[in-house]
Design a protein around this ligand. Sequence first.
Ligand code: CTP
Length: 403
Amino acid sequence: MTFKDKHIVLGITGSIAAYKAASLARLFVKEGAEVQIIMTPAGKEFITPVTLSALTGKPVVSEFFGANDGTWHSHVDLGLWADFMIIAPATASTLGKMANGIADNMLVTTYMSMKAPVFIAPAMDLDMFAHPSTTRNISLLQSYGNHIIEPASGELASHLIGKGRMEEPEKIAEYIREFFENQETLSKKKVLVTAGPTYEKIDPVRFIGNYSSGKMGFSLAEECAARGAEVILISGPVSLRTIHPNIRRIDVESAEQMYEAAIYEFPDTDAAILCAAVADYRPVTQSDQKIKRSDDKDLTIELTPNKDIAAALGRIKKENQMLIGFALETNDEEQNALKKIQKKNLDYIVLNSLNDAGAGFRYDTNKIAIIDKNGNRKDFELKDKKVVARDIIDETLGKRDKL
Ligand code: CTP
């Protein structure tokens, strides 16, 4: 992919690294892109608008109104015009404003009106980068679907050594290129995703359920759709919205309903990602009426096993189909995960450990390892579930034409 004919909004904020933004602008322009630069007032202290407008052939936008003629610069129009926006360098202050909707300059208003993908390359001192407020803001921005291009480690403007140096322009360009290439990797593919918990009815007001929020499965569905796939999302009861128009959602309640829907849809797909926390058992009988309380008698609910959806799909899986399962373990994690690969005929299993803080049910973050059917294991850091979804797709259906 080249940047030829791309419409790019390049945001520059007040950091020493602003000089590198000139090389980035030049790189885009040389490949034939149209680049509109927006600077924060502090950005202009580090590099002049004259240098930048000479490179892009367009006046730099910084204020809401033109200084001489009072014309209004439309952040809304820029949001519609752009194929993508890159903010490089992004200071701690701008990250904070973007994360919290403090739209007091042209750069942040444009960011908030942006319809296209947004990339952010932070640059700051190591202590500022490590500060919990920066970590929180980055995590918020990721949760909005923005893409963070991590700073590199090395000597900083303060002469301290650590993480915070803006990534080099060539690497930033490479990251963006890869993103757009990946976007088409799943076009014409059909992916089934199961997500959320199942509810197994006891009586009209009670059920057996679990703490699954559905966030991991929904992030996977969004990620597959963003890469061009047609997605069928079979979801248990959750309070989440689907956003991408290429996701067809089937809402179910019980494991049996999820099984029926999955068995029906799977044959026509290229892959299934089984992220749902399916209840292993259901009550043998379901009372039509609310079970009444008794003070002197124990209540026993007899349970019977539900069908294993993953194993059933594993049995009917064809050569050209891929099956990815999840395992949530508390002990002997890897051994149990490997057993599940065998038993369910999976190609990959994504292992979450309940022993990792911030991972698993009810969190927005997850820490995973991916194990393939040959036992090769790759471990990942604790990340926002949206970013974890990208890692999972990269490793499994991803960019290397695995499907
Ligand atoms: N799974 C499924 N249908 C079930 C149970 C599990 O499709 N009835 C899928 C899950 O979606 C997950 C994988 O199987 O992808 C492993 O689920 P997990 O609950 O970890 O495994 P179980 O087979 O239920 O084993 P156990 O509860 O004993 O660990």
